[in-house]
Write a protein that binds this ligand. Structure first.
Ligand code: SF4
Ligand code: SF4
Length: 487
């Protein structure tokens, strides 16, 4: 199919060979599983179980609490040991409420919702509801509740479902392996999602460095004329939603808009597989494939781990560390986040655990900018990182926003190319957080102002009513006095 060029981008050392030939293996059940209530964008789930309660695999243990939220399910059968606070897999390391389950070893399924017999004649709302009840969130890392995106057909004029199998981050091969080993399940999930969205076309985009995945997906999709498998150039950050849409359709997503505004909804390939399980078998999302890699780990692997297994359990499964890691990363090295330790659990959006040696990390100290302009020429969003960083250094977020910092996709390409090792993307993430906080404050102030004005108006109206009542009483009394005088 015809492809369209994307702007800028880089070619880091992909190092995918460390794990790409490692077939998916299931992690043996660990001694305890830790299921955080918030593994997704949106409101945290609400606990439905209590300490000492027996649960079965797939049983809902926390329900969603809003339009943008997701429930959590028991990843295996066992007993709830505690509902407690433990550090989350986030650089802040802040604790969050977590359900701890002790597996009983039987791995016994709960009674699951019945399969949707013919999903292609089912009401789209029925599909979206099943996906919501199954706790499925974007498995490419964004962890946005998938059902919300499946409902976009009612709000936008859509023509394409784009399945993202680009996996452009170095080291990560979990999507590659899922496509090679479960192509039929992904294709079925994609067709179900396309039906729910009401789109006539599905494109499965895979970077050209995964020829076996392209072959497996092409074979699985052969019988379905509406599905096209497209090999896309190896160019980081091809897997960024907006850039992949541009490469496939030639359409550019306007600033502050969604890809749905230009007719395209993007889901990750592993998400499509989860939809297949939910619709065909009633199975909620209780496990995911995670790539464990990096020079400091003894043996790289692609592990199908129950949600809630600790990072330490996966590292132990890989034979432990070959050397002391210089850094531990949740996700890929470009956009991933530092892990606060080994005791944090695997969550639904965790695609990789990297244990990197000093040689694999950029630990060089930053030096002054030499105005080489490289960051500007490679930025895939057409931004001017060097100027934005200069404003952010002076806390001038307004000027950074005017230069488009909110359109930055945090791909990290500018930091990667900078000869002065300036951690540019950290500046932009910081600025985006500050601008969002300022925007929240502004809205709150506006809301407070509206409430205060409404209160003042109410008080004034009440005073006016009182004044009118007093005047009426006074007039009545005067009339009576006059009446008496005239009598
Ligand atoms: S400014 Fe943002 S989008 Fe541009 S290269 Fe840097 S991190 Fe990527
Ligand atoms: S790449 Fe680094 S040194 Fe070159 S202009 Fe950008 S910030 Fe300055």
């Amino acid at each position: 199919m015809k492809l369209f060029p994307i702007r800028g981008g880089i070619h880091p050392d992909y190092r995918k060979e460390q794990s790409s030939e490692r077939a998916i293996v299931a992690l043996p059940l660990p001694a305890l599983l830790y299921i955080p209530l918030q593994q997704h964008i949106g409101a945290p789930a609400e606990v439905l179980v209590s300490e000492g309660q027996a649960v079965k695999k797939g049983q809902m243990i926390a329900r969603s609490t809003g339009a943008i939220s997701a429930p959590q399910h028991a990843p295996t059968s066992g007993t709830v040991k505690a509902v407690t606070e433990i550090p989350a897999p986030h650089p802040s390391g802040l604790a969050q409420t977590t359900i701890v389950i002790e597996p009983d070893g039987r791995d016994e399924w709960a009674e699951l919702p019945a399969a949707i017999a013919d999903p292609f004649s089912a009401d789209p709302q029925t599909i979206a509801e099943r996906v919501a009840q199954s706790g499925i969130v974007g498995m490419g890392g964004a962890a946005f509740p998938s059902a919300v995106k499946l409902n976009l057909g009612s709000r936008f004029k859509l023509d394409t479902l784009l399945l993202n199998g680009a996996e452009c981050e170095p080291y990560l091969t979990c999507d590659d392996r899922v496509m090679r080993e479960h192509a039929g399940e992904i294709v079925d999930g994609a067709r179900i999602m396309a039906h729910a969205l009401g789109v006539p076309r599905v494109v499965i985009a895979i970077e050209d460095n995964k020829p076996q995945a392209i072959a497996a997906m092409t074979e699985a999709a052969r019988a379905f004329a509406e599905i096209v498998v497209a090999g896309v150039p190896v160019q980081y950050p091809m897997g960024s939603e907006r850039h992949l849409v541009q490469a496939i359709t030639g359409r550019e997503t306007p600033a502050k808009k969604l890809t749905a505004d230009i007719g395209v909804v993007v889901h990750n390939v592993a998400t499509a597989r989860a939809v297949h399980h939910a619709v065909r078998f009633g199975r909620p999302l209780v496990a995911r494939v995670v790539t464990v890699s990096g020079g400091a780990v003894r043996e790289a692997n692609n592990i199908e781990a129950p949600i809630g297994a600790r990072v330490a359990d996966l590292i132990a499964f890989c034979g432990g560390f070959a050397s002391e890691p210089a850094s531990l990363v949740n996700g890929g090295p470009m956009m991933g986040q530092p892990l606060p330790g080994l005791d944090v659990p695997v969550i639904k959006g965790m695609s990789g655990i990297l244990a990197l040696t000093a040689g694999e990390t950029n630990t060089q100290p930053a030096s002054p900018c030499i105005r080489c302009g490289t960051c500007v020429s490679i930025c895939p969003c057409g931004l001017v990182p060097v100027e934005m960083a200069a404003f952010i250094r002076k806390d001038n977020f307004e000027a950074a926003a005017r230069l488009g910092v909110m359109d930055c996709v945090s791909c990290g390409s500018c930091s990667w190319v900078c000869p002065s090792h300036i951690p540019l993307v950290h500046y932009f993430n910081y600025a985006k957080g500050m601008i969002n906080a300022q925007e929240r404050d502004r809205r709150k102030n506006e809301q407070t102002k509206v409430l205060a004005e409404a209160h003042t108006l109410r008080v004034e109206k009440a005073a006016e009513a009182r004044r009118a009542m007093m005047a009426a009483k006074k007039a009545q009394a005067a009339a009576k006095t006059e009446e008496k005088a005239n009598a």
